[in-house]
Structures are given as structure tokens and as C-alpha cells.
Design a binder for this molecule. Sequence first.
Ligand code: ATP
Ligand code: LTN
Length: 327
Amino acid sequence: MKKRVFSGIQPTGDIHIGNYLGAIKYWVAMQENYDNIFCIVDLHAVTVPQDPKILHRKIREVSGLLLAAGIDPKRSILFIQSHVCAHSELAWLLNCFIPMGWMQRMTQFKEKSGTQKEQVSVGLFDYPALMAADILIYDTQVVPVGEDQKQHVELARDTAQRFNSIYGETFTLPEPLIPNVGARIMGLDDPTKKMSKSETGTNHAINLLDTPEIIRAKFARATTDSLREIRFDEKRPGIYNLLTIYQTFSGRSKEEIEAQFEGKGYGDFKKALAEVVIEGLRPLQERYKELTADPTRIDAILAEGAERARPLAAKTLERVQKKIGLG
Ligand code: ATP
Ligand code: LTN
């Protein structure tokens, strides 16, 4: 029996190389040895205001990018979260079960709500309960995510454990899987902040659909420091981040990379970095173009994914309802 993998991505903003290196790349690789379910989490996206037309378009764009990156609908289930209503039902039940104090400890809410705590939606605060439902409803064992999501996966695990100890064995305990390299790609304009879809600065992120010209220009402007040496030194976050991107796209070791750029300047390194990223993204961009030439194709794949996910989710929901004494 292969282990069950589940992960999700929000259909908001532009998908960037942080999403790719921290998550999508591993999802593609895991198709070999795991039983995979990947989800476009539109219900998570609406925790903050969204333009309806843009949201609808972004759902197809993200799906197309996942398929272009190598998610194979024959081997993996790919679907839209809102197409399987059991996620919302289980989220409600977990809402009534997760202690308020657990939710209040979530650091991402604190960061995202900023100084606007009274204005943001209850959904944004409560989002880890929906994420726990996404994970637990498929008896997930492994959740491949970037570093920023580790705390949420741990909350899902704690919830499963607490539920099982009260109602008896019900949920499988999930574990986060965080990559060794690439788990936290930082913004090009500010290497102390995680690269994020919600940041609007034009020089913040390299997006998967950026043209070669844009990629070259963004790397040329990326923030570094006034030193010269090209070394993996965590105390120099700008150059460290760029070197990490180079490492993941080139597949070379740290030592090889440091030797390659010995005595060279930041300008030369940034040019080489742009080329390795352009070449790395080229096949994905070409497949994306082919896929989106027929707009019905992606919708058909997503509809089939939901058909396959629904019975799996319904079974878990029924099990939980019985345990609680509903109906
Ligand atoms: P936002 O910052 O607007 O919430 P996001 O860029 O974090 O969006 P998500 O859809 O929330 O994007 O994340 C999809 C996946 O990408 C998650 O597994 C997340 O951990 C991972 N991820 C996001 N940003 C990075 C990053 N900078 N480095 C590595 N992995 C990342
Ligand atoms: N919260 C995640 C997306 C997400 C997810 C999930 C990831 C929603 N449900 C379940 C893994 C498993 C994010 O914002 N990146």
C-alpha cells in the first residue's frame, strides 16, 4: 500500500518560484511512490476579499500550471476544494472541537492580520480548521509543504490525536514533509521576507509565467549586500537566497557552486542565475501554452478529479458524524 499524500495551493496572485521550489516540485516527484491528492483551495482563497472573475480565472491558471509542472491526472487526483462539499462540513465539526487557544497560537494569522485584527474575516482566523479538514478527510499520511505551513499541519495532527483519544480511532495522523533546500525562498526585493503571492512589489517574486526578459531584469535588481564573495552564508540573506535558487535549479552542490563563482562578481552570478531559471522554467511554460490552447481540457480534468475525491471524503465524514452522534 502506497502512503497517502495530500497538499493544497491557493488560486490567488501569481504562482512563483517559491511555490514551485518549496512545494510543487516535490508534489511532482512524489507521484512515483505515493498515492497523491492535490487540491486548488478556493475556499481558503476567499478568507480575504477576491474579485469573482479573477478568482475563477486563477483557479484554471493554477490548475494549468500544476499540470504543466508535471502533475499527472492519471496518477494523481487534482480537484477544486469547493467541488467536494464534505471539506466544509468536516471543517465545521472541527471548528466545534479545536480549542480556541490552539488557533490563537497560529503565527501566520498574526502576520497576515497585522494591525487590522478587528477587520479581517473570521474565516482567516479559522483557516487552519479548514486545512485540517482537507488533510484529515483523505486519511492523509504525508503533507508536502513549504516551511510556512508546518504549524498548520501540526495543528491538523494534534486535532486528529485529540479526536481519536476522545472518540476512539477515527483519523490517520498526518506528518508535514518539508524540503531540505527551497523550503523558504525569500523575496528578491527584501530577503528577510518570505516570497509570497500577496506581496505586490514588481520586483518581489519570479513568477512561473515570467518571460526571459522579465526574469533577467528582476534578478539584475535583486537586493544583495556590499560584500563581494559569492558564498552560502546565512548571515547574508540576499546572496544566500539567490544561491539557494541557483542550487535548486542547477542541481549542483554548494561546494561546486562556490567554486564555479570563485573570483566572479555579483553581476556575473546574477546573469548565470537568470539563465538557469529561464531554462528550468522553459519546458513548463511550453506545456502550459499547449494545455491552455483548449480551455475545456482543464475543466474536464478538474471535474474528473472531484468525482474521484468525493466518495473518499464522504466516507470519512460519515465515520466522524457517527462517532459524534449526529443525525
Ligand atoms: P501567500 O503568501 O499569499 O499566502 P503563498 O505564496 O504562501 O501565498 P500558497 O498557496 O499559500 O502560496 O502556498 C502553496 C505552497 O507553496 C505551500 O506549500 C507553501 O508552503 C509553499 N510556499 C509558499 N511560499 C513559499 C516560499 N517563499 N518558499 C517555499 N515554499 C513556499
Ligand atoms: N494553507 C495552505 C494551502 C492549503 C493546504 C491544505 C496545504 C490548504 N489546505 C492542506 C496542505 C494541506 C497555504 O496557504 N499554502
